[in-house]
Design a protein around this ligand. Structure first.
Ligand code: FES
Length: 125
């Protein structure tokens, strides 16, 4: 099992009620993202191959309320994994969800677990 949960505290992981099976690992492009739905929520999932890590966050960019972050460019800033919105380049940490280059709203991030070739995303409800 590979996971990208180290940025989540034990307390936060305790609150996870659902591990949602999002899709197969092979459904996600290397070093890129794809959008999955969990109920009404759109979630951007990133297969960050260069770092051998996975991340998930809300697909909604809070700047202009665009459903777009799964198509953002991923990279690292001082070791921090980040996604840049393709519209106006607001950049968000994929571990904390904090906006890194502007005063602005942060985004929700979710833990990811890889098991038996599937990607699971953790939700508190
Ligand atoms: S809509 Fe994402 S940065 Fe403007």
């Amino acid at each position: 099992m590979i996971n990208a949960m180290r940025s989540f505290s034990a307390d936060e992981l305790d609150k996870i009620k659902v591990w949602f099976r999002a899709a197969r690992v092979s459904d996600f492009p290397e070093n890129g993202g794809a959008c999955v739905r969990y109920g009404n929520l759109q979630v951007a999932v990133f297969n960050f191959t260069r770092r051998n890590e996975w991340y998930a966050c809300q697909n909604l960019c809070p700047h202009k309320m665009q459903m777009i972050l799964s198509r953002g460019v991923i990279g690292s800033q001082e070791g921090e994994p980040k996604v840049a919105c393709p519209f106006h380049k607001r950049t968000f940490s994929l571990t904390s969800g904090q906006c890194l280059n502007a005063e602005g709203d942060s985004i929700a991030v979710f833990p990811v677990r890889i098991e038996d070739g599937y990607v699971y995303i953790g939700f508190a409800k």
